[in-house]
Design a protein around this ligand. Structure first.
Ligand code: ADP
Ligand code: 5GP
Length: 212
């Protein structure tokens, strides 16, 4: 049986390229990763589909999910609710997939508190100027919303050092491989391999005894 997967949280300023990175990481390693699909009360952007980028729900539906305990965490971000449904995450971790939650910082810290062995990654563009030009270039928000997201980025920047790794998304291809390699290394942490270490110790002792 495969080992249980790792829970990974990816946060980063809106426009830093998280969505683009996640799409590429999953396309390259479809058997390794599962991306959790959040529920949100915001409206779909052009090209977004219900059940693919998000489960788009009403405020009432979202509040029902909270009340039923269906969410691992949830947060309000620029006037809308966003939350992570519990079932899918549990099921994929059990199957041995590394499950990625692409969520904002308040949610990230809640997940880390509830599951301390979560790996926290923070994605940033190389500069704030590049962030603004990516948000403008994406062309999905009005200048007002871009302004709120840039303000939110100022607040989020204060929390960057709560994360385990900072991932600079300059060259997309290099960034995807770097992220994959950080996660590979995480699997090799001694704290995640206690059962293996115990069985190695026992076998060494057995071998030693059989030679005496
Ligand atoms: P987020 O999900 O973090 O809000 P997106 O993935 O939507 O960000 O990316 C924001 C914009 O930046 C998009 O138009 C995307 O094509 C562009 N982008 C993403 N990564 C890079 C990169 N490494 N270099 C240049 N542009 C990028
Ligand atoms: P967007 O509207 O750009 O898709 O997402 C806005 C912010 O909400 C992003 O920072 C994104 O990572 C975050 N987000 C998306 N899903 C969730 C979620 O389930 N929980 C939390 N806490 N944040 C989320």
């Amino acid at each position: 049986m495969k080992d249980r997967g790792i829970l990974i949280v990816v946060s980063g300023f809106s426009g830093s390229g998280k969505g683009t990175l996640m799409k590429e990481l999953l396309a390259r390693y479809p058997d390794t990763y599962a991306l959790s699909i959040s529920a949100t009360t915001r409206s779909p952007r052009e090209g977004e589909e219900d059940g693919r980028e998000y489960f788009f729900v009403t405020k009432e539906e979202f509040e029902k999910m909270i009340a039923k305990g269906d969410l691992i965490e949830y947060a309000k971000y620029v006037e809308n609710y966003y939350g992570t449904p519990k079932n899918y995450v549990e099921q994929k971790l059990e199957e041995g997939k590394d499950v990625i939650l692409e969520i904002e910082i308040q949610g990230a810290l809640k997940v880390k508190k509830a599951f301390p062995d979560t790996l926290l990654l923070f994605v940033t563009p190389p500069s704030a100027t590049e962030l603004k030009s990516r948000l403008v270039g994406r062309g999905t928000e009005t200048m007002d919303v871009i302004e709120s997201r840039m303000n939110r980025a100022c607040e989020e920047a204060e929390g960057m050092d709560s994360y385990d790794y900072l991932v600079v998304n300059d060259d997309l291809d290099a960034c995807v491989e770097e992220m994959h390699s950080i996660i590979r290394s995480e699997h090799r942490k001694s704290s995640r391999n206690r059962a293996f270490m115990e069985s190695m110790k026992e076998e060494l002792i057995r071998l030693k005894q059989s030679e005496e």
